[in-house]
Design a protein around this ligand. Structure first.
Ligand code: MAN
Ligand code: CA
Length: 220
């Protein structure tokens, strides 16, 4: 029968070996959490010890490494508590940002604008640098959420849609075909000369030259 501390040693050794092999070392454990109302303060460093969700060191006996099976359930319970706590803190932050009109959430997407009006390439670059892409409405609900920001700033905005080589053939930035459209009457009419798409303040779309300045709205 192994002692508890020998299991911890094995776990730490495994973490070091696998994290170096995968170049995914968790780094220095995070600072302890602020005093909380939920009794979980000080445990925020645990993801650093156990690795992110989906890492090789998983729930013992299921998808964990075979020679790590049998780790105490308490470690797993603690990791679960950390995740519940993180989800709670994130949803509170989302609530604050939404309350202040900084973000809009639609399905799994988060939409946000920096309030800047720039050409299409610059707008896309800002969104990508922030870890997202240009807002791309894939259905009526998403179109309405983007429209909310367009109305908030009262400015037309670029969408993540461009014209392909074939004139009149518009597609998502990643090259896949559109499966939802909201063209304004008589649009698109650029005949290959207007390769970007803007949203009007009524939510309808117009194909437009890519070098005019339009509101930057990103999705994450
Ligand atoms: C301008 C441009 C065009 C648009 C027409 C609509 O010429 O914005 O993209 O189609 O107005 O009248
Ligand atoms: Ca047009």
């Amino acid at each position: 029968m192994r002692s508890y501390s020998s299991y911890v040693l094995i776990a730490v050794a495994t973490l070091l070996v696998t994290c170096h092999a995968l170049h995914k070392c968790p780094g220095i454990p995070g600072i302890p959490g602020l005093p909380g109302r939920d009794g979980l303060k000080g445990q925020i460093h645990l993801p650093g010890l156990l690795g992110p969700p989906g890492s090789l060191i998983g729930r013992p006996g299921r998808h964990g490494l075979p020679w790590l099976q049998g780790l105490p359930d308490s470690l797993d319970t603690e990791r679960h508590d950390v995740l519940v706590n993180l989800k709670h803190r994130l949803s509170r932050l989302e609530g604050v940002l939404a309350l202040n009109g900084k973000i809009r959430e639609v399905g799994d997407k988060i939409l946000a604008s920096n309030g800047r009006e720039v050409d299409f390439a610059s707008a896309l670059q800002s969104c990508e640098e922030a870890g997202g892409t240009i807002a791309t409405p894939k259905n009526e609900e998403e179109n309405k959420a983007i429209l909310g920001i367009v109305k908030q700033y009262n400015r037309y905005a670029y969408l993540g849609i461009k014209e392909g080589q074939t004139s009149g053939q518009f597609m998502y930035i990643n090259g896949t075909p559109l499966n939802y459209t909201k063209w304004h009457q008589y649009e698109p009419n650029g005949k290959g000369m207007e390769k970007c798409v803007e949203m009007y303040t009524d939510g309808s779309w117009n194909d437009k030259k890519c070098n005019v300045n339009r509101l930057t709205i990103c999705e994450f």
